[in-house]
Write a protein that binds this ligand. Sequence first.
Ligand SMILES: Nc1nc2c(ncn2[C@@H]2O[C@H](COP(=O)(O)OP(=O)(O)OP(=O)(O)O)[C@@H](O)[C@H]2O)c(=O)[nH]1
Ligand SMILES: [K+]
Ligand SMILES: [Mg+2]
Length: 370
Amino acid sequence: MVNITEKIEQIQQELARTQKNKATEYHIGLLKGKLARYRQQLLEPGPGGSSSAGQGFEVAKSGHARVALIGFPSVGKSSLLSKVTKTKSEVAQYAFTTLTSVPGVLEYEGAEIQVLDLPGIIQGASEGKGRGRQVVSTARTADLILMVLDATKPDSQRAILERELEAVGIRLNKERPNVTFKLKQTGGIKVTFAQPPQKLDEKMIASILRDYRIMNADVLVRDPEVTVEDFIDVINEQHRSYIPCLYCYNKIDAVSLEETDRLARQPHSTVVSVSESLGLQDLIERIWEDLKLVRVYTKPKGSKPDLEEPVILRLKRSTVEDFCNTIHRDFKDKFKFAMVWGTSVKHSPQKCGLGHAIEDEDVVSLFTRG
Ligand SMILES: Nc1nc2c(ncn2[C@@H]2O[C@H](COP(=O)(O)OP(=O)(O)OP(=O)(O)O)[C@@H](O)[C@H]2O)c(=O)[nH]1
Ligand SMILES: [K+]
Ligand SMILES: [Mg+2]
């Protein structure tokens, strides 16, 4: 019997030799669906195996957000951690100096950001080369992936790392596709397009679902730009993580000004020299921005707002209710209304309910019963 790795190999070869055109479109879509299915099987631990591919690496989450340093060996991940946090992680010229995850804390704008130094990864990491498996599954737990790259090395390095993360279901700087997918007991496959699809059709969706042995489901495609790959991601949702990524090119002290400039202009990219302390402040600001944290200042009734110690929330969860929950559970139960000053309201202050979304640097006063 052929094993999964061989099946994957066969599909990849078939994909490579199949010409892309109208006639082969469905076949290619189906092959991609199969590929995703086998890859997933490969990642699942066998019977009796460990339940977590990240074993031995777990570090408790702490602070308001987690940033994972991902990169090839010797690009300067540990040097960076040692520079921007109080933690010292071993630095050396040879590859694989770091063998486990080393957490540090970056304090910025009142927030504590956990930065995880990790072993270097290489091509094949997602299939278990080196500590690759553990590293990529730790990356999955991050709120932001900081991909550390060596500015003196070719651009292909970045593509290799991206592929390794892709292979385990991590999607970088991408929103979850705008598709609603509901499994059902009966009724067959029902596909609805909110707008005429550009890259997908009903037949394609139906044949991929059949290949996944899904016979009954409701599919609502809201975005006309959704691709076959996106749709396959939606069916495999529980194994997909959509994580922001910032590309950090280190060692710019060793390349020309022109090259530094070129790298700095790439999307989601920033350039630094850790050893020369160049660009670090900018890097920290970019990390802060990409984490989308929100500072909320509390204002006790009748006194000035406390501008020293903001309450930190994630932008995705920054309603008045989230704010209440962060301060103390009781606040939500006794809540009457909130007075809010800042960019989230039309007039400052404004009386708001629990559902109001707070923005960065708003000031909030809570009014409670009893
Ligand atoms: N020229 C230059 N060298 C640097 C810079 N930052 C780090 N290095 C050097 O790069 C080498 C590797 O640094 P590390 O911090 O150990 O790299 P790493 O990515 O943690 O490596 P592994 O743990 O082995 O994956 C060391 O010799 C550092 O001194 C920099 O900004 N410029
Ligand atoms: K090293
Ligand atoms: Mg290291």
